[in-house]
Design a protein around this ligand. Structure first.
Ligand SMILES: NC(=O)c1ccc[n+]([C@@H]2O[C@H](COP(=O)([O-])OP(=O)(O)OC[C@H]3O[C@@H](n4cnc5c(N)ncnc54)[C@H](OP(=O)(O)O)[C@@H]3O)[C@@H](O)[C@H]2O)c1
Length: 309
């Protein structure tokens, strides 16, 4: 038994219209903010938290945050399977690492729980395997690299702007504890604009995206040497900055003869990811297949740029 503290709700159900949600990676930077946002949402029930660091018998079990969770009646589990079995969530919010997220997603899907993951650095093969599992089971899952509404708007604007320019480069900046590089958001942004740029410039990609290093964890001794001009993703160069004090910042600079256009989005607080996360959680049970973009969730919610006016 790896649970710590009393159960918040004794029955597996939730009130009418309420959604039971568990959080994996609850001891992390994003997990902590997600716990608060879910607890504060009137239509969501925080069913449990998975955090090895806070589990019974570990040093972290006596940490102030672990004690606070227990005092608030939120059960803390050391492993996901036990959490899903005992806390009976309908949706799993997942902010861990690329090393464990694929297995967490599979565990959730196999137990009929819809995973909503923000973890970045998953390879295209890992995402394809998750997509196949959702198809096989006729259910949905979301793996979205950026839940901020502003970053979704940046992608929409950038895709539109790309048609008018021949070249673009992306500069992404994050805190120095981020494990993967380039960021999942920068990779998605590069791929989103590449097609339109190519049409304008009349040339093909200089490297197939699948051959690129998608995550820092893949960069071992046998990996490609770092390119001082940044990583080329479908012909769009991406430059990664890692410094303490930063949260998540993306800038795309378009260029044509004699002119440039820069579009930039800054997440200055992790609270910026919460409206998009909660929107995704609320639509999670209606998902079919794997969704990898917040734009798709906005469309489901009738909040596309067109409908927003
Ligand atoms: N989608 C978005 O909008 C968005 C925004 C920001 C960040 N992110 C991404 O979210 C992820 C988490 O970021 P973060 O800053 O919260 O990271 P973090 O502070 O390092 O937290 C990650 C948590 O995951 C758990 N974990 C890590 N490796 C694990 C493993 N092998 N097995 C089980 N649990 C493990 C750890 O908890 P325990 O050891 O206690 O279990 C840790 O507290 C990253 O991939 C990041 O890029 C996404």
């Amino acid at each position: 038994m790896s649970r710590t503290g009393p159960r918040r709700t004794t029955e597996p159900g939730a009130g009418p219209g309420e959604i039971r949600v568990a959080v994996a990676g609850a001891s992390g930077r994003m997990g902590r903010v997600a716990l608060e946002a879910i607890e504060a949402a009137p239509d969501l029930v925080l069913a449990g938290a998975v955090a090895r660091r806070f589990a019974e018998g570990t040093e972290g079990a006596s940490s102030p945050l672990a004690a606070e969770l227990v005092a608030r009646g939120i059960p803390v589990y050391a492993d996901l399977a036990t959490c899903l079995k005992e806390a009976s969530p309908a949706v799993l919010v997942e902010f861990t690492s690329a090393a464990v997220a694929p297995s967490n997603l599979r565990t959730a899907l196999e137990r009929g729980v819809v995973p909503v993951s923000g973890t970045t650095g998953l390879s295209s093969q890992e995402l394809a395997a998750i997509a196949a599992l959702t198809e096989e089971r006729g259910v949905g899952a979301a793996v979205i690299p950026n839940f901020s509404l502003g970053a979704a708007v940046l992608a929409m604007l950038a895709r539109r702007a790309a048609g008018y320019f021949g070249a673009a480069e992306i500069i992404e900046q994050h805190h120095d504890q981020k494990l993967d590089a380039p960021s999942g958001t920068a990779l998605a942004l590069a791929r989103a604009v590449a097609g339109n740029l190519r049409r304008r410039a009349g040339k093909g990609p200089d490297q197939p995206a699948e051959s690129l290093v998608a995550a820092g964890r893949d960069r071992g001794a046998g990996g490609p040497p770092p390119d001082p001009r940044g990583l080329s993703v479908d012909g769009v160069r991406v430059h990664s900055v890692r410094l303490s004090g930063l949260v998540a910042h993306h800038e795309i600079i378009f260029a044509s003869e004699g002119e440039t256009l820069a579009l930039r989005h800054d997440s200055t607080s992790r609270s910026s990811f919460m409206p998009g996360l909660l929107l995704t959680v609320r639509h999670a049970r209606a998902l079919r297949g794997l969704v990898t973009s917040l734009e798709d969730i906005l469309a489901m919610a009738g909040l596309t740029a067109t409908s927003a006016g």
